[in-house]
Ligand binder design. Sequence first.
Ligand code: KG4
Ligand code: ZN
Length: 349
Amino acid sequence: MTHKSKPLILGIESSCDDTSAAVVCGPQVLSNVVANQELHAEVGGVVPEWASRAHLEKIHPVVQSALDKAGVKAQDLDAVAYTLGPGLQGSLHVGTSFAKAYAWALGVPSIPVHHMRAHVLAHVLEPEPSPGCPFLCLTVSGGHTQLVKVNTPWDMEVLGQTLDDAAGEAFDKVAKLMGLPYPGGPVVDRLAQQGDPEAFAFSRPRMEGFNWSFSGLKTQVLHFLKREQAADRTFVERRKADICASVQAAILDMLCAPLMDAAKQLGIQEVAIAGGVSANSGLRARLGELATSHGWNVYVPPFAFCTDNAAMVAAVGWLDFKEGLRGELGAAPSPRLPHLRTLAAPEEG
Ligand code: KG4
Ligand code: ZN
């Protein structure tokens, strides 16, 4: 197999607790290796110091494995794309230092990538069809919840976002209150499938504009569980599927309300979801229903491209590389990046 016709891009992702490397040839994913760090499960949350140490141990073997699986030699690469932020500072340092040094040693450009932009642009990867611009993307992860209008891959507007907890965080915190393992999102999703979403009523606060607030829901669930458990200590164990289904239904209603409003106000019918929570089976089903009832074309990423992965980072690298955008070796990782527009673009603002 020869890949000479298109650029070969290595992507590196290390913003949180997943060490990942991928090789893409244009929109085609040749490999996407993700090493999850299971060590955080025992304490029920990511320990930043442990995460950066684990990245240090894993990054080289993960990159080598991505090259091997793609059948590509390091010397064949055209660029190295990496997550510059947002994320955990120590974790970002490992990935950015490795990526820039690797690119420098190979004599190819390094391309810094905004993690949230990468989640959105995972939609350009094959084999799924890509949304046409402009499209709306509901990006829902463990650290962020954003409604983004994608005018072009280089021009994105954040229409709304969470004012406190992210949607994934809401899933994880509720799971923790219930004594479920970390990360809670997938566990709540699985249990919810056997429960009644109307068993318990939780209010669905609505913020101004296209914004969200999830911290009130967590507090509601906390008080609800305390009250019920005071009356019956076996309550959570007996009703966990119904609790999960009811909480999930509230989160999904809250997530979809601004999305529906924005689609209507802006007259956009190309609608995508992205980020770890887009793996949620309830959200995927809900999008399918909205496609039918609202005439939307919906784009739901394959599972491998929902949670953190380097293929999405390599995808952005490919798009920016094609545009002639290049990063600098001095680019410093940043836990908070102000804007979703490309970091490599000169008019960053
Ligand atoms: O995008 P991601 O992998 O990492 C961040 O950038 O934050 O998202 C991780 C989040 C976690 O909060 C996790 O619980 C949530 O995505 N998540 C889910 C599901 N799978 C992952 N939440 C609900 N249902 C799922 N199936
Ligand atoms: Zn993410």
